[in-house]
Ligand binder design. Structure first.
Ligand code: GCU
Length: 437
């Protein structure tokens, strides 16, 4: 090596080391986030009134509520989840059945996969909807639908499910390699999807991988559906436009389009559920699309069912920092000032009214603020009552394992952040009661 080359190499090495050092210094200077878990330190807050029109008129009738509902939807679009662009709303998806097994789960169900071409074009963005439909039935089956975290093949070890084709986080939990699903990716999420138990109770299961719509990472936008709907010349979403949660919610509605065309399924009895970030997406989908007859939030927490103004567990600033790709750009303006947010999450819950809504929490998931989820449901109750339902049948937060099954349902169970068979049993009891034919 010549001296000149040696000096050049040493200089580059020193520069790289300095850059790394300054980056890690900058990081360590950022104050560490310490969540509050002390009820006495939650602080005072005042919730916006869901029944007060922007004009100052009080909502006193179901008809007025329809108007107020539009106002609230616009507020969520503008300040929180982002507006779905008109081009995406206008897109006409097409549907192709790509696989079918009439004897799945030992003959209990028909498994099928439907590819949804989201812009109607085969070379455009697409998502795959996986269905299990009970074989034993004398009418179209009611459906539980939800997004999954790790690809459709993750919800069951059934080898007939196609592996997800879009980006998947590498790791033991996903079984992915080079960001693609492998055989090891089968069944990794199956404890959260007791397919057999659901089918045996007469419900069909429909699920979609959220990564087909928006890969869940900071740079997921590029590979998401969003750029397909840019105006000419547009290179990123406007500050009030959609992001990952908006794309996930939009995809759920496209699955409803597919269900409406399927004579084996009852599109009037669709129960939408989502866990955690997918619970936030489910609530946003249920708010925008009233074809979801029943909506279930499982531990959706901050940006989902939990009140944002309560300083407990995760905060608006924290979620926007860790997951900048979930909400729209405008939402970041409230990082240090949630009191000025024109909505709080009880208003999102109220957008489900008068449809049955279930809010589930877990004691071991304080990050999601179970009490904040309950209080949010309680603050949505006046809207449900105005619409002549029985609202939430509890004024105090119930203890563990005491499900409430009024039109706003609720439970808190022991254990950690997860979806368990206990949760599913309550969801199906709730659906049995409210989606009965
Ligand atoms: C993180 C995030 C939560 C989210 C959760 C999940 O914990 O902070 O907001 O609900 O992930 O999706 O599991």
């Amino acid at each position: 090596m010549t001296t000149k080359l040696f000096i050049r190499r040493v200089t580059i090495a020193v520069m790289v080391a300095l850059l790394c050092l300054s980056a890690s210094l900058a990081q360590s200077q950022q104050p560490q986030f310490v969540p509050n878990y002390d009820e006495s330190k939650v602080g005072d807050y005042k919730l916006p009134d869901p029944l007060m029109m922007a004009s100052g008129t009080r909502v006193a009738s179901a008809r007025q509520w329809r108007e107020r509902r539009q106002e609230i939807l616009r507020l969520y679009e503008t300040h929180v989840y982002g507006r779905t662009p008109a081009a995406a709303k206008a897109a006409k998806a097409t549907f192709t059945e790509t696989s079918r097994d009439a004897k799945a789960l030992g003959g209990l169900a028909t498994r099928k996969e439907v590819t949804v071409y989201l812009t109607g074009k085969q070379d455009g963005p697409k998502m795959s909807v996986l269905f299990y439909i009970p074989n034993q039935r004398n009418q179209p089956a009611p459906v539980f639908i939800g997004l999954n975290f790790n690809g459709n093949q993750a919800i069951s070890s059934d080898p007939g499910i196609s592996l997800a084709s879009s980006w998947l986080r590498d790791g033991k939990e996903t079984g992915a390699a080079n960001n693609r699903a492998t055989e090891k990716s089968r069944g990794t999420e199956s404890s959260r999807w007791p397919v057999e138990m659901i089918v045996k109770r007469g419900y069909a299961v429909a699920t979609i991988y959220n990564g087909d719509l928006f890969p869940d990472h900071k740079d997921g936008l590029r590979e998401s559906v969003i750029p397909h709907f840019y105006r000419s010349g547009q290179t990123s979403p406007d500050a009030d436009e959609w992001n990952a949660l908006g794309a996930w919610a939009w995809g759920l509605s496209r699955a409803v389009d597919a269900i409406e065309k399927d004579k084996d399924l009852d599109a009037k009895r669709i129960a939408l559920l989502g866990h955690s970030r997918l619970g936030k997406g489910a609530l946003w989908a249920g708010a925008q699309d009233e074809r979801f007859a029943l909506v279930i939030s499982n531990e959706s927490g901050e940006g989902g069912a939990a009140l944002a103004r309560r300083n407990y567990g995760e905060t608006v600033e924290r979620i926007n920092t860790s997951f900048p790709h979930w909400f729209n750009a405008n939402f970041k303006k409230y990082n240090k000032d949630v009191a000025s947010l024109p909505v709080d999450q009880h208003m999102l819950l109220a957008l489900m009214a008068p449809r049955p809504l279930y809010v589930a929490s877990a004691e071991g998931d304080q990050w999601a603020d179970p009490r904040g989820e309950f209080l949010s449901a309680k603050a949505a109750d006046p809207v449900y009552r105005l619409l002549r339902t029985d609202g939430l049948g509890a004024t105090e937060m119930p203890g563990l394992h005491q499900p409430v099954t009024t039109t706003i349902g609720h439970h808190i169970r022991a254990g950690k952040h997860d979806v368990t068979n206990y949760d599913w049993e309550q969801f199906m009891n709730f659906a049995d009661k409210h989606l009965r034919r």
